[in-house]
Every structure is written in structure tokens, then in C-alpha cells.
Design a protein around this ligand. Sequence first.
Ligand code: ADP
Ligand code: MG
Length: 387
Amino acid sequence: MTEFGFIDSIKNLFAPLPDNGFEGIGDDCSVLSVGGGESLVFTADLLTEGVHFLRTATSPRELGRKSLAVNLSDVAAMGARPVATLLSIALPADAADAWAAEFMLGYRELSEEFGVTLAGGDTTRSLSGLTINVTAIGRAADAHLKRRSDARPGDVIFTAGELGTSGAGLQDILAGRCDTPAAAVHRNPQPQVAEGIWLGSRPEVRAMMDLSDGLASDLKHILDRSGVGAEVAVEQIPAAPGADVRMAACSGEDYKLLLTAAPEAAERLAADFRIRFAIKKSFALQAYHSNNYKLLWMILKRTKAPQILSGDIVAMTFIGKLVSVFVTIYTIFVVAIVTGVVVNYYGQIVEMQRRETAMMFLDKLERLPELSKEDLEDISKRVQKFR
Ligand code: ADP
Ligand code: MG
């Protein structure tokens, strides 16, 4: 089962249980309205050694920052302000006290930068590998909350920055070049907290999420939950320096915000955003062209680059569907032809037997007066068989 298949099954399993005021599974955060026009939002993310990071390729301080950053990014994606986190960590014996202390310094640095309280958590030992879980809590005015489900036909799609730097960084790290600027960005992503809060306050922003798996995969979440399609001019995707368009579309962990905005206000929004956040070309009004969401998807070819996973999933799903339709049609043809051949062959055998019996019958008819009782019984049996 895929990750998303598993999440869907969890969703269905728990759907009949009381929601106690929480919005269900499926957005970057779960929302709980607390009255007075305000809501709290909740999110959790897990980082495991060997899957999300290599201890040999990242410093404990960077990992401390990144563990928090990925959660703050989910809070920002709702248009909310992060207020507190809970940190749970499983430490293996080979992660010494000094390692854990450095990790916490990194976690503290980013907590301080964004004014976030560490409100609790859990600490345990691990028999193998490090596991870090962070739960983040945010706060927002109800009217400022942005969800994945609010994109409408005609909206313009934006990214709040260039894409692909993190993917290029991962490629560098896997090639043993750990000290490139892109590798540093991959290890130390900056969540767009101020940007998310500001975009939350803009009513022309409709749907929003953060880009953790990659544009090709994540845009589909907005489309699915909003019940719309999108037309994407692939060549206009804002690729960061050092990343090609495929990497910008398919590689993950950029943690830039992805949003859709009402078409009539989109240009103004982009201009305001650029001025406010001193971003030159990265908030790209021209990056996406959505045309009443007619055409669903861009086709991305399979690539061998290890970090380009999400685009493959999308392309494979699309191509997989095509292949399965062809295979079904082909199978029906083959079955029909084989059945025809078998039926025809069997018919010919039956026909030959008929002829043989008829000939024998005629032959014996001529010699009727000489036939024995056994011959007559044999003829009777054969004729019975073809009645
Ligand atoms: P994100 O990339 O924004 O962190 P995910 O793709 O990890 O989001 O998760 C998608 C949705 O599924 C989110 O709403 C998340 O809360 C929910 N989810 C993921 N894993 C689980 C789980 N094990 N139990 C309940 N909800 C989950
Ligand atoms: Mg997210």
C-alpha cells in the first residue's frame, strides 16, 4: 500500500468516530475552532535516520533546525502563526550527549527566530537509528485560514519562491559534495512563516499548502481536494539556479508555499508580495498559467535521479492507467481470438466425426441385409450421439 493509500484507509476507519470539533485528516494541519473568531491548528512530522537524513551528511545543529522547520512550514501553509511545539526524540547509544545537546541548540535557534515555545515532548532510547517527531501548534483568525480545498476554476497558481534548490542539494550530497550552497539549503530549509501569515491575511488567496514532496505531487493534493484540474506551463516553472525544470517540478523538500489566487487580484498580490519580501523573480505570476483547469496534468518522464520521486509517481500513475487500458483491450482480443480458434477447431472435429458416421452409415445401409445385430447396435449408438 502507498503512503497515501494508507492515509486514506486511516481516514475511512476513523470517519465514524466523533470529530470533537477538529477538521479531519487531509490538510497540512488539522483545525480546531476555539471561539472568538480564532482557531488552533495542529500538525506532526516524523524524521527518521536513513530515510529523511543521513547523520554523516548533516550536523546535529542543522538537523535540530530542520526538524522544527518542516513543521513550521505546515503551520505557515494554513496561514497561521506557529505558537508551540512538542518534541519527541528516540536516541541511539551512538548519538552521544554532545550530539543531542547540539541538536537541541539548533532546535532552539529556530524556535527563538519564530517565537515558538517548546511545550513538551518525550525522550527515549532507540535500538537503531535516530527518530524525531515534532508536533506543532499554530493560531490564526478563522477568516485567515487557508486550506487545500479552496481552489476554484480560473484561479492562478503561484509558488512563493523558486523550486529545486533542495533537490539539487540532495544530488550534491549523494555525490559526496556536502559543502555546496544547495546542499546547505537542503540540510537547513527556511520555513516561510512570515510569508504564510501575510498570505493568510489576503482574501484573494484561496487554496494554500507547502511544498514538501515536490510540485508535481503536491499540486495534485490541491486539485483533488478542490475538485478541479490545472493547466501548467511546465517550462515556466520557476527553477532555482542549479536546478532544471524537472528538478523544480519533481524534487521535494523546498518548503515553499504553493497557492492559488483569484485571477482578478493575482497580479497585485504578486507585486505586493515581491515588494514585501524582497523577492525578485521567485514569486512567479508568470510561472503558471491555469486555464479554467481544463487539462489535468503535465507528463513528466521517468528519470534516474534518486531525489526525483514524486514526479515519477504522477507520471507512472498516468502512464500506468494508459498501459492498463491497453493491456485490458489486448487481453480481450487475445482471449477472443483464442476462443474463436478453439471453438472452430472443436467444430471441425465434430463435423469430421459426423461425416465419418454418415459415410459409414451409408456404406452399411447398402449392406443392410448382411449386417449382424452388433453392427446395427453400433450404428444406432453413433447416430444417437449426434441427434
Ligand atoms: P504534509 O506533507 O503536509 O506533512 P502528509 O502528506 O504527511 O502532509 O499527510 C497528509 C495528511 O494525512 C495530513 O492531513 C496528515 O495529518 C495526515 N496523516 C498522515 N499520516 C497520518 C497518520 N499516521 N495518522 C493520521 N493522519 C495522518
Ligand atoms: Mg505540508
